[in-house]
Design a protein around this ligand. Structure first.
Ligand code: SF4
Length: 512
């Protein structure tokens, strides 16, 4: 624990079990210190187990434990491209990348997080086991099995671990792995506050998990069903606890404002601010149809100047197709409330290349921007766009994405048209999104391709040339629209019973 950190829990002092573990984050320390899931997993083991556990990140210079003393390494795997950093971290500690190349002197290595929960197959050769879904409860059981069987061979430990729900052991023949779903009985909040965090000294509280809206492309929704809320009193207690140590509070949740007492939570903070307490509060995201004066006045009083609203598509038609179901009237109403309450502006988030998108849908985005600009002259609006990436275990998993060329044309068009009316727009890289799609729908043949990409430097050119060298037809994974009945590499991961919801328009695409 560095001197810049405040630990909000009591670590287990009995560290004499002779079992050593690294909790690894594939990114720099600043990001790890703002990653609630990663810190919470670390805390749960550090607090309750007699295990020597240490955090390591991509920029860790010096560790207390030596690599050859480590029994278990757990990686957080949240973004498709994390595999590149995971490889470089393994090599830094002289650990072979493939599990088949590691011997009994090497630690057992596992991963957990949204990417490997949705589709672990591209990464099956690198990890001894993978946690599918919410890992908070199972990780202690896993550590206990590894600890109490330390002197037995790896294969018998893995056999034992595979009996736990939600654990995928690629070396064993498992025909079905059911996603773990945590019951939110305790409030999850930042266990370690740090000045070095990306969001320095910010106390993050998870208020809701999941989103019931089920937009067709959204992994955050499908992976985290059902929508769950933290009990109101626990959130309030957590806010009070956080405010003992810092004045920066962040509320986290994909559908935060669906919390039945969200307005009361905001009101609690608002009253504290009005009574003279200095509090900076931010929220991860808000749904457009949940913008209310009571919520906004709290955010404004707590220093938030802009809010990001995900509208995804320009037209109501397309928003219906993707199951967003947001009307233009609701968008205009949100702007009106925000402008009246004194918010500086909105950043709208949209997605290009969504299934069935036409030029008309793009033009409607511009029309909407014009309408807002004309009516609310001093209200600042900007747009951020990404491109559609089919994600495993979502309803749009069958649908191929559009070509990079046409997506880039759409980007140029939007940029030009929005610029004409003084609206800024930023875009994700369609070329990188293409490789994200390839990885999202990848399969068990990817191991050498991923290693080769890493060896060649991990840039766009490296992906292209590695795919060629390893005979991976990347276009098939990115562009092909699969038949509904096609067997998919990740079908054995049971995210929720039955096949996901698909709108009629999308069903037509799949059977076309
Ligand atoms: S509303 Fe947002 S979080 Fe919810 S399903 Fe849609 S895109 Fe995902």
């Amino acid at each position: 624990m560095s001197s810049n950190e405040i630990c909000l829990y009591t670590p287990n002092k009995n560290k004499n079990s002779g079992f050593n573990m690294w909790m690894a984050f594939p990114g720099c320390e600043a990001f790890s210190l703002s990653s609630l899931g990663y810190l919470w997993m670390f805390k749960s083991i550090d607090e309750s187990e007699d295990v020597n556990i240490e955090r390591i990140c991509s920029d860790t210079q010096k560790t207390e434990l030596r690599a050859d003393e480590i029994d278990l390494i757990g990686f957080s795997f949240s973004f498709d491209m994390d595999f590149l950093t995971i490889f470089s971290m393994l090599e830094k500690y002289a650990i072979p990348l493939k599990s088949s190349e590691r011997n009994s002197n090497h630690p057992l290595i596992f991963a957990g997080g949204p990417v490997v929960s949705a589709n672990p197959e591209p990464y099956r050769e690198f990890f001894d086991f993978i946690i599918i879904g919410d890992g908070e409860d199972v990780n202690l059981k896993v550590v206990n099995i590894c600890k109490s069987n330390k002197n037995r061979g790896k294969s018998s430990i893995l056999e034992e671990i595979s009996k736990l729900d939600g654990i995928y052991v690629p070396s064993l023949k498992q025909t079905r792995v059911k996603k773990l779903t945590k019951r939110l009985e305790e409030c999850i909040y930042t266990p370690i506050l740090s000045a070095n965090a990306f969001f320095p000294h910010t106390f993050i509280i998870e208020v809701a998990r999941g989103c019931a809206n089920r937009c067709g492309f959204c992994l955050a929704s499908y992976l985290n069903l059902p929508l769950r809320f933290m009990p109101y009193q626990d959130v309030i207690d957590a806010i009070d606890e956080g405010l003992k140590h810092t004045n920066k509070i962040a509320l986290l949740g994909a559908q935060l404002s669906a919390h039945p007492q969200f307005e009361q939570i905001c009101d609690y903070i608002y009253k504290k601010i009005k009574s003279g307490q200095k509090i900076e509060m931010s929220v991860s995201s808000l749904r457009t149809d949940s913008i209310k004066p009571e919520i906004l006045r709290t955010l404004i009083a707590a220093g938030q100047k802009n809010i990001t609203l995900a509208i995804e598509a320009g037209s109501e038609r397309l928003r219906k197709v993707i199951n967003k179901n947001l009307t233009e009237e609701q968008i205009m109403q949100a702007v009106e409330i925000a402008a009246n309450e004194g918010l500086k502006g909105f950043k709208f988030y949209g997605m290009l290349g969504l299934p069935t998108e036409t030029q008309n849908d793009i033009d409607e985005m511009i029309t909407l921007a014009k309408k807002i600009k004309n009516k609310y002259k001093h209200f600042d609006i900007s747009f951020g766009f990404s491109t559609f990436v089919p994600k495993a275990n979502t309803p749009f998993q069958w649908i191929g994405r559009e070509s990079t060329k046409t997506l880039e044309e759409k980007e140029r068009y939007l940029k030009k048209e929005l610029h004409k009316i003084g609206v800024k727009a930023s875009f994700s890289s369609a070329k990188w999104d293409y490789w994200q799609a390839v990885l999202s729908r990848g399969d068990g043949s990817f191991a050498d391709f991923l290693i080769e990409t890493y060896r060649q430097g991990g840039k766009l050119g490296a992906f292209r040339s590695a795919a060629k060298k390893c005979n991976i037809n990347a276009d098939t994974y990115a562009f092909e629209t699969y038949e509904y009945e096609k067997e998919l590499p990740w079908d054995f991961i049971e995210i929720k019973p039955g096949k996901p919801f698909l709108s009629e328009e999308c069903k037509k695409l799949i059977s076309a």
